[in-house]
Ligand binder design. Structure first.
Ligand SMILES: Nc1ncnc2c1ncn2[C@@H]1O[C@H](COP(=O)(O)OP(=O)(O)OP(=O)(O)O)[C@@H](O)[C@H]1O
Ligand code: NI
Length: 352
């Protein structure tokens, strides 16, 4: 068995809303193996960031409460670690980068000073050594003329350059785990590809593990070893990149895949979008949370929640269709009428 750097078990995080206590993640469970990349995907509001912030225990500062579950990092449960101890772990063993590089950088210090500061705090490096290392880090992340650039301020750099600086800061202490929350979303398309490429290359060079959050299935296809698909706070499907892309089981995953331009062989074809939207956390539907939007909805889906079940190959799905035998969801291409007809037949067959 490969070593697991992160084991998330039943992670449930709630917020106090106007409608009372509401769960933003509910029993989220997945593992990340050492040296691998796991992508968490799902539409806006599915609970990806809340999951990441809970792992980092930064959710405590965003008004969230972890109500249940474990986050085992090298076997240590971060949910039960004190915030004092988290200071030792965060920025050192686990670092996180966000969508907007500008908000991560301080406008009044040079980028070299900001990287050096991380090293002085976490590695107790002397001023000169820290500065030298920060220039090395800028070089490592592909910034040309790093000695000159180190003396510049964030506003003197492009968005892509700033994200490289943020990556340099995050990696300066050689973390074991990098959590990246939509790290390329705010950048130009061409720069996005470069930053992703850089992250992958550094991950390999430095022997890190990576938890990458993205709403872009194309990004996940390129970088992931495993993919966890989240919907309305829960993991609905989890598996290897091949299992998710070539043998997706959950109608939501299939919907996400069909909404990527150029997927399923038809470039420039009509873009399929999943009808409706993710419910707010205070209004989670009964039964399967996806049922109001599912083209294959059955009676049981409206009342009973399907649990995440694993196949022998470790491909996990939370869907009642799994229990009801086989049929090729993909062939329906989200065609509601056809899907409902098939569902009726299946319902009749199972409940005569
Ligand atoms: N501080 C908070 N207080 C109340 N609700 C919150 C808070 N933070 C997040 N939520 C809610 O939790 C749910 C999940 O949010 P989250 O930010 O994790 O989604 P996401 O999957 O990261 O989406 P996006 O792709 O837009 O970043 C959303 O319904 C959001 O409104
Ligand atoms: Ni998010």
């Amino acid at each position: 068995m490969a070593e697991k750097i992160l084991q998330i078990r039943n992670l449930t995080t709630a917020f106090l809303t106007d409608q009372g206590v509401a769960k933003a993640t509910d029993r989220v469970t997945f593992d990340l193996e050492k040296g691998q990349t796991l992508c968490v995907v799902g539409e806006s509001g599915s609970g990806k960031s809340v999951t990441a912030l809970s792992v980092m225990r930064l959710i405590d500062y965003a008004g969230g409460v972890i109500m249940d579950g474990e986050v085992l990092f090298n076997g240590e449960d971060l949910v039960r670690t004190s915030q004092d101890d988290m200071l030792r772990i965060r920025g050192n063993l686990i670092t996180m980068i966000f969508q907007d590089p500008m908000s991560a950088l301080n406008p009044v210090f040079t980028v070299g000073d900001q990287i050096a500061e991380v090293l002085r705090i976490h590695r107790r490096m002397k001023k000169k050594a820290a500065w030298q290392r920060s220039v090395e880090m800028l070089k490592l992340v592909g910034i040309p003329d790093p000695e000159i650039r180190a003396k510049q301020f964030p506003y003197e750099m492009s968005g892509g350059m700033c994200q490289r600086v943020v990556i340099a800061m995050a990696l300066a202490c050689n973390p074991e785990l990098l959590i990246a929350d939509e790290p390329t979303t705010a950048l130009d398309v061409t720069v996005q590809a470069q930053i992703l490429e850089l992250l992958l290359q550094l991950k390999k060079e430095l022997g890190m593990s990576m938890l990458l959050i993205t709403h872009d299935m194309g990004v996940a296809a390129e970088v992931a070893d495993r993919i966890a698909v989240m919907y309305a706070g829960i993991v609905v499907e989890e598996g290897t990149v091949q299992q998710i892309f070539e043998n997706s089981r959950h109608p939501y995953t299939i919907g996400l895949l069909q909404s990527i331009p150029g997927m399923d062989g038809k470039r420039g074809g009509e873009l399929y979008t999943i009808k409706g939207s993710i419910p707010p956390i205070s209004k989670v539907p009964s039964g399967c949370r996806f049922h109001p939007r599912c083209p294959h909805v059955m009676d049981i889906c409206r009342t009973e929640e399907p649990l995440l079940k694993s196949s022998l190959t470790g491909h996990k799905t939370a869907c009642w269709l799994e229990d009801k035998g086989e049929f090729d969801l993909k062939s329906n291409k989200g065609n509601n009428q056809e899907a409902n007809r098939l569902t009726d037949i299946r319902t009749e067959a199972t409940h005569p």
